[in-house]
Design a protein around this ligand. Structure first.
Ligand code: NDP
Length: 496
């Protein structure tokens, strides 16, 4: 830990977070959760062995223990999944009324609610995120997305006045590992509501809850082939993108892979939406309520170990409040509890994979080499598993890699500014444009900033708030197309 404590003025008070008390362990029960030793592919309503005959391991990143084996779909498996989705589209799903489709989606939403505790535990075990987030954020939002789009299924004619909505056909959907079930819900719920069928590929490190979702589809008696789930790595994703019988590709993941997909899809009839990376500016003005803003910084960058595309990973603090903000932030990160993600008191869980941990370490090293100062929480990290303590850099300049590249971990880059114009200029000085945050007491300043920031979502005096009714998506290299809300229907329809 590098000490660069910023002095406060004499007599300045500091918050006492009560660290004289130690929390008793409060682990969430997990022994009742039935994890299969092996998960197959979900094609045409059934669990089937992969034609590839290959399986890969999914491990718990908090313990490095193997949880299960997951089938690896090859191009032949993807082809079977696409054929099944095509059949289901032509013979069943496109012929069902919106009311009927909505009925299934409501059923799925209710089943998710019923099983939410078990799904939250599995999400935490497989991905490393804390149980308090998977239980209180991910799962309620997953169910809410299915409920929300269930409501739209029979009202599409009213959604776009004077236009006739038509489904597209088969949607190929590829999702990342940071919010596995939530990303699946963001993709599947609107696609199904609009009358499309789906072939979904979860990320390699977090496939288990997608397969649990497949069981829910069976229980909801969703007609065979309407949703197919193929697990595997990048090659499986590529086979979906390349498949000629797919009408729509929806991808969430890195900008690098997004660009490859864009090239592949160019010149074909496939519709495309891309939800890619971000390097959001979280801007704190001198007139902001500082204690609340510090909580906003915490929820902006340390939630989900910083594995959040819209994380407020570049903090811009107006010069006059730099010292107190840094002091409070330093005090606050020291209280964040890092460790067993299944413990209900844990704030920071495990990093999703060794690969991601290596990427975080490499970028932090680059920050140190380029001259920034690192402040880290003194949290003791567990001996096994993948961990990174909550950290932030000061002394960052706009040209540092840590100010430009997505770290996708619990590491914040702090910079300062003097005027709103400078904040806007520097906030927009990034190839990304996914999200931003503004903290100020003045409503007029909020409106000014929001109209000038080139970001798909701008939060004011809050951060990382989500709702199914609210569209989400980016500008520039953060992608195009919107998920959520009325806008989230458009990527799955043509309007005539
Ligand atoms: P990747 O782009 O590597 O992977 C995303 C998904 O695409 C995974 O399912 C992956 O499979 C698959 N994939 C990998 N290579 C290919 C390929 N050539 N063709 C088709 N599919 C492929 O990103 P990460 O999984 O590492 O996720 C982190 C990134 O995602 C971050 O940059 C983050 O910003 C971004 N993200 C954006 C969000 C948004 O809404 N804008 C939300 C969440 C994350 P596999 O995992 O098996 O390799």
């Amino acid at each position: 830990m590098i000490d660069d404590r910023v002095p406060l003025s004499p007599g300045a008070r500091r918050l006492d977070f009560g660290d004289r008390w130690e929390y008793a362990p409060a682990p969430e029960a997990s022994d009742y959760v039935k994890v299969k030793s092996r998960y197959e592919l979900f094609i045409n309503g059934r669990f089937v062995r992969p034609r590839s005959s290959k399986y890969f391991e999914s491990i718990n990143p908090a313990t490095e223990e193997k949880i299960a084996e997951i089938a690896e779909a090859n191009a032949r498996d993807v082809d079977l999944a696409v054929r099944s989705a095509r059949r289901a589209y032509e013979k069943i799903w496109s012929k069902r009324s919106g009311r009927e489709r909505g009925k299934y989606l409501y059923r799925i939403a209710r089943l998710i609610q019923e099983k939410s505790r078990e799904l939250a535990v599995l999400e935490t075990m497989d991905g490393g995120k804390t149980i308090k987030e998977s239980r209180d954020i991910d799962l309620p939002l997953v169910a809410a997305h299915f409920f929300y789009y269930a409501g739209w299924a029979d009202k599409l004619e009213y959604a776009f006045a004077g236009r006739k909505p038509n489904s597209l056909g088969v949607a190929g959907q590829i999702i990342p590992w940071n919010f596995p079930l939530l990303m699946a819900a963001w993709k599947l719920a609107p696609a199904l509501a609009c009358g499309n069928t789906c072939v979904l590929k979860p990320a390699e490190t977090t496939s288990i809850t997608a397969m649990q979702l497949a069981e829910i589809f069976q229980q909801a008696e969703l007609p065979e082939g309407v949703v197919n789930i193929v697990t595997g790595a990048g090659e499986t994703g590529r086979a979906i993108v390349d498949h000629p019988k797919i009408d729509k590709i929806a991808f969430t993941g890195s900008t690098e892979v997004g660009k490859q997909i864009l090239k592949t899809v160019a010149g074909t009839k496939k519709k495309l939406t891309l939800e890619l990376g971000g390097k959001a500016a979280n801007i704190i003005f001198e007139d902001a309520p500082i204690d609340q803003a510090v909580e906003g910084i915490i929820s902006g960058i340390y939630v989900n170990q910083g594995h959040v595309c819209c994380a407020g990973s570049r903090l811009f603090v107006q010069e006059g409040v730099f010292a107190p903000v840094i002091q409070k932030l330093r005090d606050r990160i020291a209280t964040l509890r890092v460790g067993n993600p299944l413990d209900k008191n844990t704030d920071i869980g495990a990093i999703n994979s060794r690969m991601q941990l290596d990427k975080i370490c490499e970028l932090v090293d680059s920050g140190l080499k380029q001259g920034a100062k690192l402040v880290q929480s003194p949290a003791r990290l567990p001996a096994r598993g993948f961990w990174y303590p909550p950290s932030f850099f000061t002394g960052v300049t706009g040209s540092h890699r840590i100010a430009q590249e997505e770290i996708f971990g619990p590491v914040l880059s702090v910079m300062t500014f003097r005027t709103p114009e400078e904040a806007i200029e520097r906030a927009n000085n990034t190839p990304y444009g996914l999200s931003a945050g503004v903290w100020t007491d003045k409503g007029s300043k909020i409106f000014k900033m929001v109209s000038k920031l080139r970001a798909g979502v701008v939060w004011a005096n809050t951060y990382n708030k989500f709702d199914p009714t609210s569209p989400f998506g980016g500008y520039k290299e953060s992608g195009f197309g919107r998920e959520g809300g009325l806008h989230g229907l458009l990527p799955y329809l043509t309007l005539t």
